[in-house]
Design a protein around this ligand. Structure first.
Ligand SMILES: *Cc1c(COP(=O)(O)O)cnc(C)c1O
Length: 356
């Protein structure tokens, strides 16, 4: 086999090698049933055990209380931008910290009113607001924020306190650190950044929303949370393969010692990389220091030519995915859970020895 690359892709992104290896072993003959999981009915007891297992592993990792449940939907995080106002009702307040928040509030406005109560657009989306920097509107139904801004490389290091239901896009930092689930009405995450393949969105949702429809009257049945919740996320055929991979990833995180252990590892990886960037005479971090993401590290060099030469050097060293998103430019290293410390070491070495 060709050597595996050091994968810094933003999404779809790196998966744990042990998970890929299990998928590889089981691909043609799932659990000795004589067929692959992809060829099985989603109504089979085998698949039921997979989806139950995925829910159980996530419940254990996050210590999810009885008031909440786990769902697996389709349509990406992007469909949630629309389902949220459809189900919670128009009138959400939004903190805008980047491209995905911008899309979320724009989609909410197609359903009804939605307020952007804070935005960092004029400042190049370099920072995360503290709670005293915004004021909730009088009529706010919920507060929406993006916990990690994949493109700009910023991340909340606190949970905003709003006094209304909290709705959070955690697509790029789900399973990266412990949380108190009771703080949230709804957490959603497209799987392809930190927890699985594309094509599944994980939700941790308060049952008061998932079990009784309180949204807009004209919302189609398939876009109502209770429709899916009542059918165990199988109102229609789910992404069976994707849910299986999520189960394996969640079990892998449990075997590593859970979210506290993963968080410590993520902190160490990010600290190492940011300190190399801070000490490097050619490099400048994009994010404000107190808003830096542990998942997506964004920085630039003094000239685009230096960046191009550095990317070329990275290619020679078997490292991929380091070009910044087109809306920010520069460089971006996505160092999700599954990116090994050895990959970060290699990037840090390459950067330290790069002089232009
Ligand atoms: C990637 C991403 C999305 C979009 O996800 P899709 O699955 O493509 O809809 C939304 N929010 C955040 C924070 C993301 O990183």
């Amino acid at each position: 086999m060709t050597e595996r690359v050091h994968n810094f892709n933003a999404g779809p992104a790196a998966l744990p090698f042990s998970v890929l290896s299990t998928v590889h072993q089981q691909l043609l003959n799932y659990d000795d049933h004589g067929l692959s999981l992809m060829e099985m009915s989603h109504r089979s007891s085998e698949f039921q055990a997979v989806i139950d297992g995925a829910q159980a592993a996530l419940t254990e990792l996050y210590n999810i209380p009885d008031t909440h449940e786990v769902m697996f939907l389709q349509g990406g995080a992007s469909l949630q931008f629309a389902m949220i106002p459809m189900n919670l009702g128009a009138g959400g307040d939004y903190l805008n910290t980047g491209t995905w928040s911008t899309r979320a509030v724009a989609e909410a406005k197609t359903i009804g009113s939605a307020q952007e109560i804070w935005s960092d657009a004029h400042n190049g989306f370099k920072s995360i607001p503290q709670d005293h920097e915004w004021t909730l509107s009088d009529t706010a139904r919920y507060l929406h924020y993006t916990s990690n801004n994949t493109i700009y490389g910023t991340q909340y290091h606190h949970v905003p306190h709003a006094g209304v239901p909290l709705v959070t896009d955690m697509s790029s930092d789900f399973l990266s650190r412990p949380l108190n689930i009771s703080d949230f009405a709804l957490i959603y995450a497209g799987a392809q950044k930190n927890i699985g393949p594309s094509g599944v969105t994980v939700l941790i949702i308060k049952k008061s929303i998932s079990r009784s429809f309180i949204g807009e009257e004209r919302v189609p049945k398939i876009l109502r949370y209770p429709t899916q919740a009542e059918k165990g996320s199988m109102y229609n055929t789910p992404n069976t393969f994707g849910i299986w991979v999520i189960k394996l990833v969640a079990e892998h995180v449990l075997s590593m010692g859970g979210l506290t252990a993963v968080d410590a590892q993520n902190q160490a990886k990010a600290k190492q990389l940011y300190s190399v960037i801070d000490e490097h005479p050619l490099c400048d971090g994009h994010a404000a220091k107190n808003s830096r993401s542990l998942m997506n590290v964004t920085f630039r060099m003094q000239t685009p030519e230096q960046e191009a030469r550095f990317l070329e050097r990275c290619g020679e060293l078997n490292m991929i995915g380091l070009k910044g998103h087109r809306s920010v430019g520069g460089l971006r290293a996505s160092i999700y859970n599954a990116v090994p410390t050895a990959s970060v070491d290699r990037l840090c070495d390459a950067l330290s020895s790069f002089s232009g």
